[in-house]
Design a protein around this ligand. Structure first.
Ligand code: ZN
Length: 286
């Protein structure tokens, strides 16, 4: 899933490539993809893209006085083409979810792999009309996201830090991958309770969040949409690297189930050398 750094890079890419161009057509491949009905998609035709921004993991194309907002979800992606096919979008089983064509013939497809269709497109007059945008927590790369602000977020929360970091209502833009990376950089257990952080630990975590995201944004910036996925994979240190050596200490990176998915971590760097108990597994063994 694209997270803050990749969505930021997509925004940058689209800002350079699409700004100033008018929209020639916008088609949703199914009713399920488009979450709004007023204004209709046809209202986009002829509108110029004036700005491309990001809210958490949502992309926001300002088109005249409308906002085309979309969320790529777990298996979605944006595919840019200099020469878009002129054929209309046909509903069906293809991964194509949405197509936007600009006045110069270039444009992009939003595609989604797999059977679970979660990719969402909204056409609204104000980005906060998108429920997922209205309820976003603070942007971790904004100036006012200080260690003090993070302390206020963590205080009194008796939940595991891994869950806090990837909850979009608490902090915007961090998902399963970068929460693993942040906790590895901070040398903290993903199961540590948010309420247990000392002021020094909050400082360390804050620095890890900002550094990890900034570095990832720097690596992804300027890359074409097609190259972002590969860059994300190679740039990660622990996420998705189960069984591989930790780049910091050489210990074997382990995996444990967490909520609806799994997380990766380094026992030596993060949990005092002790592997975390897999709760799902131990429940089965009891
Ligand atoms: Zn390590």
């Amino acid at each position: 899933m694209p997270e803050l750094p990749e969505v930021e890079a997509l925004a940058l890419f689209l800002r350079e490539r699409a700004s100033g161009h008018a929209i020639a057509r916008a088609d949703a491949a199914s009713f399920a993809v488009l979450k709004t009905f007023d204004p209709p998609l046809s209202a986009l035709v002829g509108q110029k893209v004036t700005e491309v921004g990001r809210h958490g993991k949502f992309l926001d194309l300002t088109c005249g006085n409308l906002h085309l907002v979309f969320h790529l979800a777990r298996a979605g992606w944006l595919r840019w083409r200099e020469d878009m096919p002129g054929t209309p979008v046909k509903p069906g089983k293809s991964p194509l979810a949405f197509r936007l064509v600009l006045d110069d013939g270039a444009g992009f497809d939003l595609t989604e792999a797999g059977t679970q269709k979660r990719l969402a497109v909204y056409l609204v007059r104000d980005p906060v009309d998108v429920p997922g945008v209205a309820t976003l927590g603070p942007e971790p790369l904004a100036d006012d996201f200080t260690a003090g602000a993070l302390a206020a977020i963590l205080g009194g929360r008796r939940t595991q830090i891994k869950g806090v970091l990837r909850d979009q209502h608490i902090i915007a833009g961090i998902g399963n991958a970068y929460s693993d990376e942040v906790l590895h950089a901070a040398k903290m257990s993903p199961f540590k309770l948010a309420s247990s952080f000392t002021p020094d630990e909050v400082e360390v975590l804050h620095q890890a969040i900002v550094d990890t995201l900034r570095e990832a944004v720097k690596r992804s910036a300027g890359l074409a949409a097609a190259d972002l996925k590969g860059e994300k994979k190679t740039g990660l240190r622990v996420h998705g690297k189960t069984g591989q050596p930790c780049p910091v200490c050489g210990d074997t990176i382990r995996e444990v189930s967490f909520a609806d998915s799994s997380l990766q971590y380094c026992p030596t760097c993060q949990t005092g050398g002790k592997p975390l108990a897999d709760r799902r597994m131990s429940r089965l063994l009891k």
